[in-house]
Design a protein around this ligand. Structure first.
Ligand code: SF4
Length: 182
């Protein structure tokens, strides 16, 4: 069942993102419960706040406010769990259709490989992986691999993936990169 809650929005976030300012959208609810998680208040699917019906327009207006270029960061909670997938898919579709140059960065506890397997049977995940998401930070947080030097990742098992489209065959390729390569 689709969640009706979200954790919050940060208008001008300079921490959770790449290349300057982001609007950060935080989903509510997470199935992973990683030991040492810093966002435990986002675990409960009934926590957070009621998601406004016009949340995509709210995010859109924040992205274009004052003619400043912003990226969209999507975090959680778990943005790509079944309960939050419709919310995230609709948001990304709405934003990429109207602001195609907006970079969308998403943090998930699933690995990219797990998402690619799920995507074989889920058109929403196919859209996200092929058209909408530009950067994915994947994998669960592992307390024993915590590394404060990593800018976008909490632990070193997590990876940063950047989407490319091959020039001739127009295939989507996800390339593993480091923070300094963004
Ligand atoms: S996936 Fe993220 S939000 Fe969920 S428990 Fe792990 S660190 Fe916390």
């Amino acid at each position: 069942m689709t969640n009706t809650r979200y954790a919050g929005i940060i208008d001008n976030d300079i921490v959770d993102g790449v290349d300057g300012i982001s609007v950060s959208f935080w989903t509510q609810g997470c199935p992973f419960h990683c030991p040492g998680c810093h966002n435990k208040e986002t675990w409960d699917y009934n926590g957070g706040k009621k998601l406004p019906l016009n949340y995509v327009e709210i995010v859109y207006n924040k992205l274009i406010a004052n003619n400043i270029t912003r990226n969209l960061s999507i975090l959680g909670g778990e943005p790509l769990c079944p309960e939050n997938l419709d919310i995230v898919h609709y948001l990304c579709e709405y934003i990429k259709t109207r602001l195609p140059n907006t970079k969308i960065i998403l943090w998930t506890g699933y690995t990219l490989h797990q998402l690619q397997i799920r995507a074989k049977k889920d058109i929403r995940l196919q859209d996200l992986l092929k058209k909408y998401l530009d950067i994915i930070i994947d994998g669960p947080y592992k307390q024993e691999l915590r590394d404060l030097r990593l800018k976008l990742r909490g632990s070193s098992n997590q990876n940063i993936w950047k989407r490319h489209t091959t020039r001739i065959l127009k295939r989507t390729v996800w390339q593993k990169i480091k923070e300094e390569d963004i």
